[in-house]
Unconditional design. Sequence first.
Length: 186
Amino acid sequence: MTLSNGSQSCTKPKRWSRQHDCCLNCQRTDRKHLGKGLCLICYHNQYSVDNSDRVKAIKQASYHKRGGKELSKIMREETWFDGNREAALQRDNYKCTCCGTPQDLVVHHIDGNGRRSKNPNNDLDNLQTLCRSCHIKVHKPRKIDKWSINYDCCQKCGTTEIKHSGQGLCRSCYERNRRHQQKTGS
């Protein structure tokens, strides 16, 4: 290295680590070297891949230590609905207020001021129990009034009374078809 006065310096340029000029994985030098020629981020990512079972066990233990599913549910209800979610479900008899099904229920903010709003309105009068299907219809109404996106009726039995399940079939035909496939092994 040449100095401003023209003399030579005997110092070597600084390396990223003792053996490497940059991270072997991402080629970056702005992150701290951790080991095995990898920066902090790449090392942790590689560790997570190599020890996925161990990392999963540690995360699960931590989750259960902090209260697990029940505490998560309570915290979610308190944060998103000010504790009124269960009251709304109870008021609506644990059934969808649109179609009456008791399955796959969610609580909907009628005025749209839900959890992502700056001023969420979690009053009980603003909460409505809906099934997932009806909830999707509320948020993404279809321009064409059809039984499903691609079909006017069930392709097997022709009904429009039973909800669409998939592959152009109503729930009954879909389940019947699935059970038949399981029996035949196809």
